[in-house]
Design a protein around this ligand. Structure first.
Ligand code: HEC
Ligand code: HEC
Length: 344
């Protein structure tokens, strides 16, 4: 009798363990193999994954992110923005709130898609296994991954517009961007001052006449490491974490760790004046602003005129491959830039 019980024990444990996983909601389920599990054999599987990750890392990532993961690889001095320092475990682009650790899916997405407008290349030819291994290995550079609770993505609201509602979303997005969220306090404004004032009144504010100098350019903000970061001017710059409406929605709702870009999903709910009134602004407006931002991104000219350099690139302009290199560092744009393919 006793012996049968012992024989059954592993089966019982596995059944209990599967049961425990099934109870969790989909977004909290630990689908990833990169977290050590408590069973001995799984810990060694995890170590194998880390060992594999190290090999891939040393082949593809070390030159920029450094052997110690501190973002100080050989190439780092030439790069602006600089490669991420994995030791501090502060990741910018995630579905989690600004300041929190990213999810494994966030890291996988960054590795597979790269970060456009920075040196971080897309590694979309690596197998899923290799990407999982990289994720596991990157985490060994910082104790934060074991000391801090894993974070969950911010609540996800369904897109109320869709492609057929694009025009409505863009119009609403323009109003919320300028009249409620004041995104122009860091990013540029894209409508006249009088129009902004009208939008502010539309959301219940006082008419406004005085705006910051340089309203139509982005305003540099220091990041946590004391470096000047220019918020993108959506008509001129790339956004890094992807250009689909969903990608933009993620960046806007979750915010960007270590920079001035806030977690908007926490500050966008304003109920109507009386019960039954529609809300003044709601989380759905994050979608409207995402459509609006994408519309601005689509206006980016394939070629810039001479002298037009994006403000964001000013500290150290990065010239595209094939463009003539200027004799001395200056703000002058190269006379011709190759056509940039631009897909959504
Ligand atoms: C040519 C240089 C270069 C190489 C090679 C490179 N990276 Fe990066 N990586 C960067 C730069 C630059 C950034 C920071 C971009 C920014 O701040 O917007 C970055 C950022 C990241 C981030 C952080 C994203 C976030 O949310 O903060 C991760 C993760 C990352 N890289 C992983 C990798 C991995 C894994 C490899 C190898 C497979 C790799 N990188 C190879 C330059 C590089
Ligand atoms: C307090 C300043 C500030 C405000 C206000 C602000 N942003 Fe940002 N935003 C930033 C900074 C700084 C970055 C750039 C971070 C970086 O690349 O290092 C940024 C980046 C972005 C990005 C690019 C993400 C990517 O993938 O590269 C989007 C999209 C964006 N902001 C949208 C918005 C919208 C929409 C609003 C208004 C609802 C807004 N921001 C308000 C500072 C701000």
């Amino acid at each position: 009798m006793k012996r049968t019980m012992f024989r059954c024990l592993p089966v019982v444990l596995v059944v209990l363990w599967i049961g425990a996983c099934a109870d969790k909601p989909a977004d909290e389920r630990d689908e990833d193999m990169s977290r050590p599990a408590t069973f001995g054999f799984q810990t060694s599987l995890h170590q194998t994954l880390i060992d594999e990750g190290k090999i891939t890392y040393e082949r593809y990532c070390l030159g920029c992110h450094g052997a110690a993961g501190d973002g100080a690889g050989e190439a780092a001095v030439f790069l602006n923005p600089r490669p991420r320092n994995f030791v501090t475990a502060r990741f910018k682009f995630s579905s989690t709130r600004s300041g929190q650790l990213p999810t494994d899916d966030d890291l996988r997405r960054t590795i597979k898609n790269g970060l456009r407008g920075s040196a971080m290349p897309p590694f979309n030819l690596l197998s899923d296994r290799k990407v999982d291994a990289l994720v596991a290995y990157i985490k060994t550079f910082s104790p934060e991954w074991t000391e801090r609770e894993p974070a969950s993505p911010v609540p996800f609201v369904d897109d109320p517009y869709g492609e057929e509602g694009r025009a409505e979303a863009v119009a609403r997005g323009e109003a919320v961007y300028h009249g409620f969220a004041s995104c122009w306090s860091c990013h540029p404004a894209y409508v006249s001052e009088a129009r902004i004032s009208d939008y502010i009144v539309q959301f219940g504010g006082q008419p406004r006449e005085v705006f910051r100098p340089g309203l139509y350019e982005s305003d540099g903000k220091a990041n946590d490491e004391g470096e000047m970061v220019y918020p993108p001017d959506f008509r001129r710059d790339y956004v890094r974490a992807g250009m689909t409406v969903r990608d933009i929605y993620r960046s806007v709702s979750a915010g960007i760790t270590g920079t001035a870009m806030p977690t908007w999903i926490d500050s966008i709910d304003v109920p109507g004046k009386s019960p039954g009134d529609p809300p003044v602004v709601s989380q759905k407006d994050l979608w409207a602003m995402s459509y609006y931002v994408q519309e601005l991104l689509r206006q980016r000219p394939p070629l810039f005129d001479e002298g037009q350099v994006s403000v964001r690139n000013r500290p150290r302009p990065i010239y595209l491959h094939g463009a003539p290199t200027p004799a001395a560092p200056s703000e002058a744009a190269p006379t011709s830039q190759p056509d940039v393919d631009f897909e959504f």
